[in-house]
Design a protein around this ligand. Structure first.
Ligand SMILES: *[C@@H]1O[C@H](CO)[C@@H](O)[C@H](O)[C@H]1NC(C)=O
Length: 571
């Protein structure tokens, strides 16, 4: 060992001397010298921006400057346009509910779709039982009727008018896409039932869109099952998706089909890759990478939702890389997290007020991950499922407070917290055979004022408020710019590009106004807020073409312009 490492050292020194001699020789060749000099200048400027002037307690850690050393050093042409209706559909706060057990049946919600004695409680069990009982054609007609009628027009009107829903989450399965996607899967022998299922999805999306309601298309059932539950589509009790190459590839093809179709559909708010991936699912993030790469080729503008597999901290951290300012050709990535307090033994041991208190600090996993895209990318979460259900053991610890009151406190805390900290929330669920659904029912919980719509959606004087804000705009802008410039120039004197802050503020203020006024243009009361703010800021930063060391001033201005608009209209 001794002798070989010594000879290694000696030969290393020898090679180094040779290289030095070679460099000395090359220095006399002008072209080489020019290249070398450019390289040295670049290295120098990198060092300089590390002693940058916005350090120490200013909220701009060192990573930020490192990111600035990557390609985009100079401003590119801006492609900013006013927010479109599709932007609002995708980036507003999603106040919504799931439409569960329409395209993926669950017996506890839709018992009538299971013939007496059906051996199972899942979609597959129902399809098999009806095909056996009444033949393929009758079974297909039965399912088609369910897809068409189970959520009626008056249901959708109620969602729009009373609940003030902006968006619904619509669970589907890979089998919903029809027989070609059932080859080699558990649904092969009943695939004929699904010949017209995708058309039915499109019709439901269109009926929602007619009412100004967007749809998150949620690939809830993946081949093999991404979790072991019946809501994956079968009663296999196994999660066989992750370890099967064939299943993962089929799911990618299915998702690309949906993404292709969505390009020609109005009202699609996003596409979700998978529902409730089992905790610690092996290879999950690799599969997310693969699926995202494929989807970006189809339409990189569509928000793509992924499951956090019950670990929001980890998922949010991963998503920041996807949602980095300099990432290109990748869809905006949203984390779907589910919050229930009725299942675990630990939660059953708690009292209702204890749980309500916990709600108020939920989603803390996002703290320090969102709010600053230039430094570390965007982190955006929605609560894709939640309810007002608590275990009997919990309700019984109410100490005499009427259950109605406890339910309302719990629901109010959830609505408040999610509106403050998430890009949207979707109750589980709207439709069941036992309407209005108790604490599982969006209808009952909305009518009991346990679940509440964002205040902005309930306003009847949006136009007036917008005019008031526009009257204040110049003064607000002056104050914001003055405070920004004053703070940096006094506390951290140095070179800045404060005009970027001004431009950002203008974009933020008018974007917020654009979102807020869009419903009125469609004849709907209320105003939308930019709920998916981190992803919206990311989109605007990319479109602005802003670059260089001071792009953070644009981001700060943008966020402040949005905030100033909301303060001005009082939401
Ligand atoms: C979630 O992920 C984080 C970060 O990877 C890890 O430190 C933590 O232990 C995980 N939590 C659970 C409950 O698995």
């Amino acid at each position: 060992m001794w002798s070989s490492s010594t000879s290694y050292d000696i030969s290393f020194i020898f090679i180094a001397i040779l290289l030095l001699l070679l460099a000395r020789y090359l220095w006399h060749i002008p072209a080489y010298r020019a290249t070398m000099k450019r390289f040295l200048d670049k290295a120098k400027s990198a060092v300089h921006s590390h002693d940058g002037s916005h350090d120490g307690g200013s909220g701009f850690p060192a990573q930020h400057q490192q990111q600035q050393q990557q390609p985009m050093q100079t401003d590119q042409p801006s492609s900013l346009q006013p927010p479109t209706p599709a932007d609002v559909t995708r980036y507003r706060y999603h106040h919504g509910t799931n439409l569960g057990s329409v395209f993926i049946l669950e017996k506890w919600l839709t018992n009538h779709m299971f013939p007496p004695g059906a051996p199972g409680s899942s979609e597959l069990a129902a399809a098999e039982a009806w095909v056996k009982n009444e033949g393929l054609d009758a079974a297909r007609a039965r399912f088609e009727k369910h897809w068409r009628d189970y959520v009626s027009d008056s249901d959708l009107d109620w969602l729009r008018d009373v609940a003030k829903c902006t968006t619904v989450r619509l669970p589907i399965g890979y089998f919903t896409l029809g027989p070609p996607y059932c080859e080699g899967t558990a649904f092969k022998h009943v695939s004929g039932v699904y010949a017209n299922a995708w058309v039915a999805v499109k019709q439901l999306v269109a009926r929602c869109h007619q009412r100004g309601i967007g749809v998150l298309i949620d690939m809830h059932g993946l081949p093999g099952g991404a979790n072991a539950q019946e809501h994956s589509g079968t009663n296999s009790g196994k999660a066989e998706f992750w370890a099967s190459r064939g299943n993962r590839d089929l799911a990618c093809r299915a998702l690309c089909f949906v993404a292709h179709q969505a390009r020609g559909m109005e009202g699609v708010a996003g596409i979700q890759l998978v529902n409730e991936a089992e905790g610690g699912a092996k290879g999950m993030y690799d599969w997310y990478d693969t699926a995202l790469a494929e989807l970006a080729k189809v339409d990189a503008s569509m928000p793509v939702y992924v499951s956090d597999a019950w670990n929001l901290t980890k998922a949010a951290g991963w998503s920041q890389g996807k949602n980095a300012l300099l990432s290109r050709d990748v869809n905006p990535v949203v984390i779907d997290t589910h919050l229930y307090w009725c299942f675990s033994d630990a939660d059953k041991a708690k009292s209702p007020p204890q749980i309500t208190d916990e709600v108020r600090s939920k989603l803390a996993a996002l703290d320090g991950k969102d709010g600053n895209i230039v430094d570390h990318g965007a982190a955006q979460a929605v609560v894709g499922e939640y309810s007002c259900v608590l275990a009997e053991a919990t309700w019984s610890q109410g100490h005499g407070t009427p259950k109605e009151q406890l339910v309302r406190d719990f629901g109010n805390a959830q609505s408040q917290r999610y509106q403050q900290r998430a890009g949207g929330s979707f109750f589980w669920t709207y439709r069941m055979n036992w309407m209005p659904g108790g604490e599982w029912g969006f209808k009952q919980m909305t009518e009991a004022h346990a679940i509440t719509a964002p205040q902005a959606l309930t306003l009847t004087d949006v136009g007036e408020r917008v005019r008031h804000a526009q009257g204040q705009q110049q003064e607000l802008r002056g104050n914001a710019v003055g405070a920004h410039v004053g703070y940096w120039d006094q506390n951290h004197p140095g070179q800045y590009e404060h005009w970027r802050f001004e431009q950002g503020w203008d974009v933020g203020f008018s974007d917020a106004a654009g979102f807020f006024g869009m419903r009125g243009q469609g004849g709907l009361p209320g105003g939308d807020k930019i709920g998916m703010l981190d992803l919206w800021v990311l989109k605007r930063l990319r479109e602005s073409g802003q670059a260089g060391r001071f792009v953070w001033e644009f981001e700060q201005g943008l966020r402040q312009g949005v905030g100033d608009f909301y303060r001005s209209v009082g939401v």
